[in-house]
Design a protein around this ligand. Structure first.
Ligand code: SF4
Ligand code: SF4
Length: 198
């Protein structure tokens, strides 16, 4: 009899924990319909900003690439000409790529940039089935002209932007047949035989 009472007490003690969680507020959310507010200084997907006149802020100086501890950025600078003026001054980025798989989202590129061109946004939805889909070139990094100039980190409202954006919506433009070879970075990596391409 005494042993049975002891077992019932043990059961009730165990169920106290179960029922405690049963009636507690659920920690899960109905993602993707509901998105969790993240930290104000969360580092997400990159964005290349423009000036108000539509010109690109990036001047192709490669400082971001040099500062990057993960070797994730490849910039190829190009001269501006009267026919092709990307940015103010003499040079702009003829090609700009970030391999988001290599990126550790440290923000060093943002810190190094003299023109506040490259910034890390709060966008985090970048899942893809292909490795090549994580190599973001200017077509996906650059703020489209109709979207304004892009927000500097200290101008952003906390949390998720209403526009999850151009970058998140548009998936890879890399041809699946050519894969990594279709990007400047892929070519460079193959040339250097680092074993990461393909
Ligand atoms: S956030 Fe850090 S790791 Fe990612 S591209 Fe910028 S400097 Fe490189
Ligand atoms: S993003 Fe900034 S640091 Fe990087 S190449 Fe352009 S101007 Fe230079």
């Amino acid at each position: 009899m005494r042993k049975s009472l002891f077992n019932i007490a043990a059961l009730l003690t165990g169920f106290r924990t179960t029922f405690g969680y049963f009636f507690a507020k659920q920690p899960t959310i109905a993602y993707p319909d509901v998105k969790k507010q993240h930290a104000p200084r969360f580092h997400g997907l990159h964005e290349l900003r423009r000036y108000a006149d539509g010109q690109e802020r990036c001047i192709g100086c490669e400082l971001c690439s040099i500062a990057c501890p993960a070797n994730a950025i490849t910039v190829i600078g190009g001269e501006n000409t009267p026919e092709l003026r990307r940015s103010p001054g003499e040079r702009g980025a003829a090609s700009y790529e970030i391999d988001e798989l290599r990126c550790i989202f440290c923000g060093m590129c943002e810190e190094a940039c003299p023109t506040d061109a490259i910034v890390l946004t709060p966008r985090f939805e970048m899942a893809d089935y292909r490795r090549s889909g994580f190599v973001y070139a200017k077509d996906r990094l650059l703020v489209p002209p109709e979207a304004g100039v892009g927000e500097a980190p200290n101008e952003r409202p906390n949390g998720i932007p209403s526009d999850l954006g151009f970058v998140a919506k548009k998936k890879s433009t890399v041809d699946i047949q050519t894969g990594y070879s279709a990007t400047h970075r892929g070519t460079i990596l193959k040339t250097q035989r680092r074993g990461l391409a393909g």
